[in-house]
Design a protein around this ligand. Structure first.
Ligand SMILES: Cc1cc2nc3c(=O)[nH]c(=O)nc-3n(C[C@H](O)[C@H](O)[C@H](O)COP(=O)(O)OP(=O)(O)OC[C@H]3O[C@@H](n4cnc5c(N)ncnc54)[C@H](O)[C@@H]3O)c2cc1C
Length: 387
């Protein structure tokens, strides 16, 4: 659906720019990059030049100064062809730059946010650890202040961190009050790539997003300046969680864009494929699937756009962001399943692309809050609301 009535002239223009780039630059290369597990370096560079890597960052910090929905429209359009590309941007802009934007000092903004917003450098958001994913408050990576040198000494391991190999700036969750229980006593500390004691592992060999690299970080007596603390000491966990809320909007846009990509491919195929003497789209077994796919996508899209407007209006949106992440990620998995079914045997073949969407979609119900964790958050809010 075109949603012209919902979007401003500027938002439509941004969406059309992103759509043109996705159709002309991303679509022709995505299958090959995915097959070869190659990072879309050139595309990231071009998107940086277009201002799309810092869409929501104010112009004074090198960003495009766009509103929330514009950023979401960009993510949606890119994901229509490449979940990997959109996920790289989510890890960078949806998550990685957020702590700097929300709580960075002026010096940190100039040093790290400005190059990140223009795409000169990529950011990574390092919260998950091998032993604590959903239970991310269980962070064990420690940062102890050496009073003599005024440096944080970091030790520990992070897991599944996206943008490894390309990110220059890592926003790392560290336990800074070792006595504090649970998610208390965590702070966010900037670690630059190449810092002694900081090792970046190999990308995980995974089912989804072959062109986006995620893997382990290890810290062994890694020393960074005291000034690399972002935001308040020991108050990093709530800050990280507020960044995850932003990321959930971006991940929802990825889900909706991917589902849209599958709907378009499946619809075209169903008009061309003939079975029993007729195009398969003339059979209700197929056309009703297309109807359900289109309706489910539009419901999630409208919900997401509404949450963006809530954020733009300065309203709390954390629960709604979690709701839309939960629904749109599961919707995307279902739409991809229907898409493969519509393409029959060809649905399993790389050339027809729906196979890639099907693989990539599963990540959406796991990253940035699994479906179960989203249900815990939303149910907690419901139970509180209707006491
Ligand atoms: C490709 C990829 C990229 C990623 N990128 C990043 C990144 O850039 N930065 C980052 O910090 N992290 C990243 N992650 C990590 C991601 O956020 C975690 O994988 C996710 O939060 C789940 O954690 P886990 O894998 O440890 O699973 P677990 O937490 O071990 O969960 C396993 C299962 O148990 C369920 N479960 C856990 N607790 C409960 C409960 N209380 N009730 C019911 N069910 C429960 C979960 O829902 C899940 O089904 C990435 C992950 C992947 C796969």
């Amino acid at each position: 659906m075109d949603n012209k009535y919902f979007l401003t002239e500027e938002e439509l223009m941004i969406r059309d720019m992103a759509r043109k780039f996705a159709d002309e630059v991303v679509a022709p290369t995505v299958t090959d990059l995915d097959r070869k597990h190659l990072f879309p370096e050139d595309q990231i560079k071009q998107l940086g030049e277009m201002g799309f890597l810092g869409a929501e960052v104010p112009e004074e910090y090198g960003g495009a100064g766009l509103n929330c929905l514009s950023h979401i429209l960009i993510m949606e359009e890119l994901a229509r062809h490449s979940s990997s590309l959109a996920s790289i941007i989510d890890a960078h802009a949806g998550l990685g730059t957020q702590p700097l934007l929300k709580a960075g000092t002026e010096e940190q903004k100039q040093k790290y946010l400005v190059p990140a917003a223009s795409g000169e450098t990529l950011c990574a958001f390092a919260l998950t650890e091998p032993q604590s994913g959903s239970d991310s408050g269980g962070t064990k990576t420690s940062a102890v202040l050496d009073e003599k040198t005024n440096e944080w000494v970091i030790n520990g391991t992070k897991a599944f961190i996206t943008n490894i190999g390309y990110a220059k700036t890592f926003l790392v969750a560290c336990k800074t009050d070792l006595e504090a229980k649970g998610s208390r006593g965590i702070s966010i500390i900037i670690v630059e790539e190449g810092t002694p004691g900081f090792t970046i592992g190999k990308p995980e060999e995974k089912m989804s997003n072959h062109s986006s690299y995620s893997g382990e970080l290890s810290f062994q007596d890694c020393r960074v300046p005291k000034e690399n603390l972002v935001g308040e000491l020991n108050r990093g966990f709530p800050l990280m969680m507020s960044c995850v809320d932003e990321g959930r909007l971006a991940i929802s846009a990825v889900a909706i864009g991917m589902a849209q990509g599958v709907l378009e491919r499946a619809t075209r195929y169903s008009k061309q494929r003939v079975a029993f003497g007729n195009p398969i789209c003339t059979y209700q077994g197929i056309s009703f699937k297309l109807a359900e796919m289109a309706a489910d996508i539009e419901a999630c899209r409208m919900m997401l756009y509404n949450v963006c407007r809530m954020k733009e209006a300065g309203l709390p949106f954390a629960t709604e962001a979690t709701m839309v992440k939960m629904l749109s990620s599961e919707m995307c998995v279902n739409v991809c399943d229907k898409g493969v079914q519509i393409l029959g045997g060809y649905g399993l073949c790389e050339e027809y692309e729906v196979e890639r969407f099907y693989r990539d979609a599963k990540l959406l119900t796991i990253g940035e809050g699994t479906s179960e964790i989203c249900r815990m958050i939303v149910s907690g809010s419901v139970l509180k609301q209707y006491e």
